[in-house]
Ligand binder design. Structure first.
Ligand SMILES: [Zn+2]
Length: 124
């Protein structure tokens, strides 16, 4: 059988499962909100973004690595991404939403317990 990478192992699925196991209900990718947050908790007015470290330039090793070629092009693209993120967070906060970012590197198995605590605190 072909080794198909299960969609259930993506960072977003990890977060969804955690949130679900904590007993919270959410909506997905609400396009009407700035940045179309990955998980939306309308009654709490809270949103969670699940970001890939590389594309969204997390301050971890994965987010600092650069492609081998066309570095100037990618740098510009990365700057655009981070500026867009910051702009969306600002817009959301202005609309009264609280924003939490979960980074891909925080969803690995050994960090999940801590992540669950963080999420519970944020939504609490
Ligand atoms: Zn990271």
């Amino acid at each position: 059988m072909a080794a198909v990478k299960s969609k259930d192992t993506t960072p977003e699925w990890v977060v969804r499962r955690l949130v679900h196991s904590l007993g919270y209900r959410y909506r997905l990718h609400v396009a009407a909100l700035p940045g179309a947050p990955d998980l939306v908790f309308p009654s709490r007015r809270k949103v969670v973004f699940v970001h890939g470290c590389y594309w969204h330039r997390h301050a971890c090793r994965g987010g600092r690595s650069m492609p081998a070629s066309q570095v100037a092009y990618w740098k510009k693209k990365f700057v655009r991404n981070t500026l867009r993120d910051a702009r969306n967070y600002r817009k959301l906060r202005r609309l009264g939403w609280s924003v939490m970012t979960v980074w891909e590197c925080q969803t690995v198995a050994k960090k999940r317990e801590r992540l669950a605590e963080r999420i519970a605190r944020f939504l609490g």
